[in-house]
Design a protein around this ligand. Structure first.
Ligand SMILES: Cc1cc2nc3c(=O)[nH]c(=O)nc-3n(C[C@H](O)[C@H](O)[C@H](O)COP(=O)(O)O)c2cc1C
Length: 205
């Protein structure tokens, strides 16, 4: 098990060149979103949204607001992963299944809902931070899920958030956090690039 995960982590590359002739099935796209939603989020907010861009028309609109980056057209699917603000408002509904399953008790749910409201209502920065955290964790989960299904992915922040929001009808409380392209790689992608030495980034405390 560890070896499988380690292999996925070490073999993942940021794919820019896709084999446009190899499609990804509807089932695979749905399964990727399902697995991405297994990512953790604060209080189990699940404050995310996944827009699956697959039609030539939608791809062209996305490319126009992604600085013309070609991979959003060549990849069979690009996920626009959004984080949502004011997540505390939807928390009771988000936690209901855990309550029904007996995983959380009513007192715990009530405590979390009250605490989230207290902390988030007057703190737009925290709302945004949590939106970015949730969407980013979901994005990474989706990337490894794709890798495990034999697909390759690429993360992208090279897009105009206002343009994406307008083109894809996002509400004011929905922030486009990251794009993830996915599909089968073509020739010519870089291998995974070397990372900084651990002693530059790791601190023992
Ligand atoms: C948040 C984020 C934004 C990125 N934006 C872009 C992008 O807009 N276009 C692009 O070609 N690559 C983009 N990349 C890919 C990075 O360049 C790539 O992950 C990095 O060079 C490391 O590559 P590797 O993991 O294959 O070694 C992005 C990656 C991340 C994590």
């Amino acid at each position: 098990m560890f070896n499988t995960v380690k292999t996925l982590i070490e073999s993942r590359i940021s794919t820019g060149r896709y084999d446009a002739s190899r499609p990804v099935s509807d089932e695979a796209v749905t399964e990727l979103v399902r697995l991405a939603t297994r990512a953790p989020s604060a209080y189990n907010f699940q404050n995310w949204k996944f827009i699956t861009v697959r039609s030539p028309e939608a791809k062209a609109r996305l490319q126009a607001v992604s600085y013309g980056q070609r991979q959003v057209v060549d990849a069979p699917v690009t996920f626009i992963i959004c984080g949502t603000l004011a997540a505390y408002e939807g928390l009771p509904q988000a936690l209901q299944p855990a309550l029904d399953a007996g995983i959380l008790q009513q007192a715990t749910v009530d405590g979390w809902v009250a605490q989230a409201k207290d902390n988030h209502v007057a703190n737009p920065q925290l709302q945004r931070d949590e939106a970015m955290r949730s969407a980013s964790l979901a994005a990474m989960t989706l990337m490894f899920a794709a890798q495990g299904m034999g697909l390759s992915t690429g993360a992208m922040s090279g897009f105009d958030p206002a343009g994406v929001a307008q083109e894809f009808g996002l509400a004011d409380h929905e922030i486009p956090v990251i794009l993830i392209t996915a599909g089968y790689p073509a020739e010519g992608n870089w291998p995974q690039k070397p990372r900084k030495a651990l002693d530059e980034v790791m601190v023992l405390a």
